[in-house]
Design a protein around this ligand. Structure first.
Ligand code: BJW
Ligand code: ZN
Length: 248
């Protein structure tokens, strides 16, 4: 695959010093993680209100746990894809670089990215609903498992209606306000507040680049839209960056 990069995109790459990469489920799709929306998405088979809300967990903790254990079993067997690795490489060419993700699958960390801003938590971690203690066990004697304090453990992810972790939210907002190049990759752009970050960036004058296999709710803010798979397009973009920039 080859891409003819536009002059405006090359100029934006050359000039960029502060970069944000914001990722969604599509970035992990080529690793074998299901996306949420669309034809093969999780929300076609399961109802979000029955699985991804605190009310659902209160009503049927066993069902919610089993669904998350099933997804963990899949995630534990898969590997990052060339898109994840390209993002690790990309970070080396910019003075300031922030990776913001809605993904809970930990694949960016596994690929080698560090200091990842996780907006929706991490599926590999659990948290006590009572005392907040974090827990990384993978096998449990009872479902839902209990914390030493007796409280129920829940997956440490952000469900609908829940506040995002404050530090992650503030860092993502701040990075979006002050960047000059913003990549929005593999997200349908419908879930707030994550979907507002590219809009914040564009308002402050950043160049916004979207990579997606289809147009999205955010395509209208993009100065450049790459139509295709992130695992194919990101490595080509990083190759281009290498030809025009020095490693930091
Ligand atoms: C590829 C590809 C390839 C495929 N290459 N691309 C303002 C207005 C309206 C509503 C709200 C609002 N503010 C808050 C809300 C409520 C709600 C919300 O946004 N609802 C909308 C859906 C209407 N937001 C919240 O509740 C958030 N909390 C909050 O804001 O608190 C304060 C508040 C509460 C209530 C009211 C007001 C304020 C919390 C959101 C938590 C989201 N949680 C989930 C589950 C996480 C745990 C789990 O994994 O189970 O997070 S839902 C799910 O959606 C998951 C994802 O992170 C998130 C985003 O999905 P994503 O990543 O975009 O995936 P898809 O599937 O949608 O898209 C994949 C894309 O990839 C597609 O475009 C494909 O084309 C593309 N693709 N292969 C490139 N190879
Ligand atoms: Zn506890």
């Amino acid at each position: 695959m080859e891409i003819e990069f536009s002059d405006k995109f090359i100029r934006a790459l050359k000039n960029a010093k502060r970069v944000v990469v914001s990722t969604g489920a599509g970035v992990s799709a080529e690793s074998g993680v299901s996306t949420f929306r669309g034809e093969d998405g999780l929300w076609k088979k399961f109802k979000p209100e029955e699985l991804a809300t605190y009310e659902a967990f209160e009503k049927n903790p066993k069902l919610v746990w089993e669904w998350y254990q099933h997804r963990r079993d899949i995630i534990n067997k898969i590997k990052p894809n060339p898109g994840h690795y390209a993002i690790v490489e990309m970070a080396r060419y910019f003075k300031r670089f922030h990776l913001v993700t809605q993904n809970v699958d930990d694949l960016h960390r596994e690929a080698g990215s560090n200091d990842i801003i996780e907006l929706h938590g991490n599926i590999k971690r659990n948290r006590c609903i009572n005392c907040g203690t974090l827990n990384y066990e993978v096998e449990f004697e009872q479902i839902p498992p209990r914390c030493v304090c007796g409280g129920k453990l829940r997956p440490d992810v952000i469900w609908f209606g829940e506040l995002l972790p404050l530090e992650a939210l503030e860092r993502a907002e701040d990075a979006s306000k002050t960047c000059d190049l913003f990549f929005v990759i593999g997200t349908s752009g419908v879930v707030q507040p994550a979907a507002s970050f590219p809009i914040i960036a564009t308002r402050q004058g950043a160049f916004v680049v979207e990579i997606n296999i289809e147009p999205t709710e955010l395509t209208f803010v993009a100065n450049e839209h790459f139509h295709g798979k992130s695992g194919e397009i990101l490595p080509l973009i990083v190759d281009k960056i290498k030809t025009i920039k020095e490693k930091i």
